[in-house]
Design a protein around this ligand. Structure first.
Ligand code: NI
Length: 256
C-alpha cells in the first residue's frame, strides 16, 4: 500500500473533516502516514494523531522557520517526545533561506543540534532544505549525517545534489511537484535516481498534484504522483508503490 512519508494532518486546514478523511485512507489504498512536526506544538499534535490512529506514525522536530523557539530545554522536550513508541524520526529540521528570517546562523545552529539529537536517540532525520543546498550539504557532511540516515524531503535541487545526498545514504522525498508543468528539474532527479532511493510524500496540506494544484493536498492524491513516477521510470504503478513502501519502512525502521 501507499506510504505517505510526510504529512501535516494536524494543520488547521483539516479541522473541518480530519476524522472523516483519515478514516477513508485504508480503503483508498493508503497504508501508512508519517505526520511530521514543524515546531514544538505540532510535534505534540503529531504524537497525539499517532496515538489515535494505528496507521499513523509521528516525527518530532522544529522547522528552520521556527528555529527561534528552540533552546536546550526544548531540545530536552523533543528528546522525551522522541522516545514515544510511535515516534519514528526527528523532523522536520534543516535550512530555509527563501525567507529572510530567522538569521542563517540561528538556523544552522539548530539544524546541527537536532542532527546531534537524532544521532543520540538513534532515529533518522527528515530534512527540509530550500535555497540552501550548499550549506545543507556541508552541515550534513560535518555532522556525518550519513550515519544518522533519513530523507531530504520535498526535494527541490538538481540531480547532482540529489546524487550527493543519495551517496550519503539519504532518501529523496518526491511529491506533487512531480506533476507540475514546471516540475522539470524534479523529473530529471526522478529519472537519475534509482527507485531504491525514492520516497513518496504529500507534505499536505501543501503542494497538491495536478489537477488539484493550489487546492488542499491530502494522501488520497498520491496515486497521481505514483502514476507520474511510473511513467518516468517505465515500471508499473504497483511496483512504484511496492518499492517506495519498502524504502519508507526501511528508513523509519518499521517491519511489515
Ligand atoms: Ni513538511
Amino acid at each position: 500500500m501507499i506510504f505517505d512519508t510526510h504529512a501535516h494532518y494536524d494543520d488547521e486546514q483539516f479541522d473541518i473533516d480530519r476524522e472523516e478523511l483519515l478514516g477513508s485512507m485504508k480503503e483508498a489504498g493508503i497504508g501508512n502516514i508519517v505526520n511530521v512536526g514543524a515546531n514544538m506544538a505540532s510535534s505534540e499534535s503529531s504524537l497525539a494523531l499517532a496515538e489515535k490512529y494505528d496507521f499513523i506514525y509521528a516525527a518530532v522536530g522544529v522547522h528552520p522557520s521556527d528555529s527561534e523557539e528552540l533552546n536546550e530545554e526544548n531540545i530536552e522536550r523533543l528528546r522525551k517526545m522522541s522516545s514515544h513508541e510511535k515516534c519514528v524520526a526527528i523532523g522536520e529540521i534543516g535550512l530555509d533561506y527563501y525567507w529572510p528570517e530567522p538569521d542563517h546562523e540561528i538556523q544552522k545552529k539548530w539544524f546541527k543540534r537536532q542532527l546531534q539529537l537524532a544521532r543520540e536517540v538513534k532515529k533518522p532525520v527528515i530534512i527540509h532544505s530550500r535555497e540552501a543546498a550548499q550549506d545543507t550539504l556541508s552541515i550534513m557532511r560535518e555532522e556525518n549525517a550519513g550515519q544518522i540516515g533519513g530523507v531530504v524531503h520535498c526535494f527541490s535541487y538538481s540531480r547532482e545534489v540529489a546524487r550527493e545526498c543519495a551517496d550519503m545514504g539519504f532518501y529523496i522525498g518526491i511529491g506533487g511537484v512531480l506533476t507540475f508543468k514546471n516540475g522539470r528539474k524534479l523529473k530529471e532527479v526522478a529519472e537519475a535516481l534509482p527507485m531504491e532511493k525514492i520516497l513518496l510524500e504529500t507534505d499536505c496540506p501543501y503542494l497538491a498534484p495536478v489537477p488539484y494544484r493550489g487546492k488542499r493536498n491530502c494522501s488520497l492524491y498520491l496515486p497521481l504522483v505514483v502514476e507520474a513516477l511510473s511513467e518516468i521510470k517505465g515500471i508499473s504503478p504497483e511496483e512504484v508503490i511496492e518499492i517506495t513502501e519498502k524504502n519508507a519502512r526501511e528508513m523509519y525502521g518499521l517491519s511489515r
